[in-house]
Structures are given as structure tokens and as C-alpha cells.
Design a protein around this ligand. Structure first.
Ligand code: GLA
Length: 390
């Protein structure tokens, strides 16, 4: 469903659930990261784009004071958030993404109004496409519309990231919330996670497409591996005598190999190499050097698989199939995307080969793993938007 249809759908759901039309409709997209994985919390570069999959909310002021009711139109479940006091974690579990953002607005001293909300999301859950960031940024956008107080987009992304840290327990970097808040149609976003400066990288060549391959193996970042990687990086930076791995060079790492244990050395090698690959990939995209970008994507995957150890056999299977199709079959490059341990891979392909590549990856993946993959392509979409306001 495109965004206009989704907005109409959620408005109709709001109407039938609450018996009146919504006053506001807002949306925030998921994302795919083209390259720059596990670099954001190391002060490095990332190169994500917003995708045409969204969290969408329709809302109106509520009759019951002190409560925000959120009706999930897919799971037919309602969460009630008591806003008469500082919002805390609660049930159902998914409501914590929204609770964290509401709490963030309260901490900013903003008077959050009582609301009736209906929501839907087309970002696959646990698929590594930032379904949680989409929900958080969507909630922040709704509260902007309802309070009339527009946050600075960087401040908004940071507020959403804080919600993820404190209410979902994932010590994530800033990439997901940034791209969901700041994405631009037709562009990737090169984000310097240290300075938080962003650069738009146009990606509208109709000859190429990005294919997103969902392994349909759920990833669970709260499980501890993500936090472990983050701690390993911090300790490697400490041993190398730098503030973060952004400040370390490959030469410095080699020279200090003896001072790091083997795992820390490999983790740092991934991060240092990936930051460099990301900057090169942005330049490659600007120059339409698709072969070069594809090679960087392959190298990124190998490094995430071998040095950073965040891939899994299903993601490796997708990348191997894509590699075997190769340039002759229209594939420039393919890599896992997002936190890892399941979720999605992203492939840069020739646009006129999309159907054949989709078919091939789906059938071989099924034979190899017994799992049906979900495959779709997306153009770079716009970030969070207020679709309807009074
Ligand atoms: C998750 C986190 C991001 C980032 C990626 C890995 O998506 O939320 O901040 O660290 O993993 O690149």
C-alpha cells in the first residue's frame, strides 16, 4: 500500500473504532542501511535510506482526560497510557516504544494532551528495517502535531533514541531514528554520527534498484549480543588510546595487534574498515560507479560475517545466492543490513533484472533453508511527515 492509501486506511479504522474522523494523521518510515553497519555507536559514518514502509497513526483529542489510548489495528489490541503522571514502562510490550517517546515529551516540559490513536505499521517487525524507530518517530511526529510544538529534527531523533535505550532496553546508535526523522525522497543520507552532520546523496538513477530480502528469521537485538559488540568496541578503543574507533586507523590497529585479544582486534578491524567503505560508497553512488559500490557491499558483508560475527546462516545464504547470480545476472552487490542475527539483506541490482533476481533468490533460498523469503524493492522515501492536521 502506498502512503496515501495507508493514511486513508488508518483513517477509516479510526472512524470505525472511535466513531468520528481523526484530526491528525502522521507517518514515519522504516529504513534500509545501504552500508555502514555497526559504525554509528563508534562515531563513524552510515548511509541509510528511508523505505516505502511506514508506521502511520491517526488521532484526535480524547474525551477521557489523562489517558492516551492506542488501538493497534493489526493486532486489534489497545494500549492505555496514563499521562497524568510521568509515563513509565508498561504493557503491552509494544507500547513501550510509544511510552518512551511520550515520557521524552513530558521531560521536555511539554503538556501532552489526552489522545485517541489508531495505528498501523507496514514495516516488518523484527526484520532489521527499524520497525521500532518508525514507531518512535511516528509517535514523536504525532505529539508535534497535537502539541503544535515542532522539535528540531535532530533533537527529535535523539528523543526517539532515548526511548529505545530506556524503554526498549536496546543501547542502539543514532542511525535508525535519524533516517526515519530526516529521510528525503530520492536520497540516501550520509550521516556523520560524531558531528551529526548529514549530507544528502541522490539515488534516483532509474537503471538501478535496491532489493530488500527478508530472511524471515527474526532478529532480537535485546538479546545481549548487540550490547556486547558495543562494549567490545569501547574496550578496543580504550586499549588503542582513542576516544572511539572513529579515531583509529588501520595502521594503528596493526601496530597494536599484540595489545588486543583476537576478538577485539577483529571487531575493531571491522569498524575501521566499514567507516572507510561507507565514505567510499557515498562517493561511488554520487559517481554512479555501481560496480564499485557493489564490491564495497560484498566486502562489508564478509567483514560483518567473519570479523564482527553478526550474520547468520540465512543471511549468508542470501548473499551467496546473490553473489552466484553476479554481475552477469544483474547483481552489483549484496550484504546483510541492520543489527544482524537475522532480518534483511540488501542488494544493489540492475533495475531491469529485478523480477528475475527476485525469483532466483526466492527459489534457491527456499531450497537451501526451507524458509520463504519476502523480497521487495523500495525507492528512497521521505522521512516523517504530518499528512493531515487541522
Ligand atoms: C541497529 C541499531 C543501529 C545500528 C545498527 C547496526 O539497527 O539500532 O543504531 O547500530 O543496528 O548498524
Amino acid at each position: 500500500m502506498n502512503l496515501a492509501d495507508l493514511a486513508a486506511h488508518v483513517a477509516a479504522q479510526f472512524q470505525s473504532h472511535y466513531g468520528r474522523p481523526p484530526r491528525w494523521i502522521v507517518a514515519a518510515p522504516g529504513r534500509v542501511n545501504v552500508i555502514g553497519e555497526h559504525t554509528d555507536y563508534n562515531d563513524g559514518f552510515v548511509l541509510p535510506m528511508a523505505i516505502e514502509r511506514y508506521a502511520v497513526m491517526a488521532a484526535d483529542n480524547a474525551a477521557t482526560l489523562g489517558v492516551i489510548s492506542i488501538y493497534d489495528t493489526q493486532f486489534k489490541e489497545t494500549a492505555e497510557v496514563d499521562i497524568s503522571q510521568p509515563v513509565t514502562k508498561g504493557q503491552p510490550k509494544w507500547s513501550n516504544y510509544l511510552r518512551g517517546v511520550i515520557a521524552g515529551f513530558q521531560q521536555h516540559g511539554l503538556a501532552v494532551p489526552a489522545l485517541d490513536v489508531a495505528m498501523i505499521s507496514t514495516v516488518p517487525l523484527g526484520g532489521g528495517l527499524s520497525s521500532s524507530a518508525a514507531l518512535e518517530v511516528c509517535t514523536a511526529t504525532l505529539l508535534e502535531a497535537a502539541t503544535g510544538k515542532m522539535l528540531d529534527p535532530v533533537e527529535k531523533a535523539l528523543l526517539a533514541q532515548k526511548a529505545e535505550h530506556e524503554f526498549a532496553g536496546v543501547p542502539c546508535g543514532i542511525m535508525d531514528q535519524f533516517i526515519s526523522a530526516l529521510g528525503r525522497e530520492g536520497h540516501l543520507l550520509l550521516l556523520d554520527c560524531r558531528t551529526r552532520k548529514t549530507e544528502l546523496v541522490p539515488m534516483s538513477d532509474p537503471a538501478v534498484a535496491l532489493l530488500i530480502v527478508n530472511t524471515n528469521v527474526k532478529h532480537e537485538l535485546g538479546s545481549g549480543e548487540y550490547a556486547k559488540r558495543r562494549a567490545e568496541c569501547e574496550s578496543a578503543a580504550h586499549t588503542l588510546g582513542v576516544t572511539s574507533l572513529r579515531d583509529a586507523t588501520a595502521g594503528q590497529l596493526e601496530a597494536n595487534q599484540g595489545r588486543l585479544d583476537a576478538v577485539a582486534f577483529r571487531r575493531a578491524r571491522h569498524v575501521i574498515g566499514e567507516i572507510e567503505r561507507t565514505v567510499h560508497a557515498a562517493a561511488g553512488i554520487r559517481a554512479s560507479n555501481w560496480t564499485g559500490v557493489g564490491q564495497l557491499m560484498h566486502a562489508s558483508h564478509a567483514s560483518l560475517r567473519d570479523d564482527y560475527e553478526v550474520s547468520c546462516k540465512e543471511l549468508d545464504a542470501v548473499v551467496e545466492i546473490a553473489e552466484s547470480i553476479g554481475l552477469a545476472g544483474g547483481v552489483y552487490g549484496c550484504r546483510m543490513t541492520g543489527g544482524g542475527f537475522g532480518g534483511c539483506a540488501v542488494a544493489l541490482v540492475k533495475a531491469d533484472h529485478v523480477a528475475a533476481i527476485t525469483e532466483k533468490i526466492a527459489s534457491v533460498y527456499h531450497v537451501k533453508t526451507g524458509i520463504e523469503a519476502t523480497i521487495f524493492s523500495s525507492r528512497p522515501a521521505a522521512g516523517a511527515t504530518i499528512i493531515k492536521a487541522d
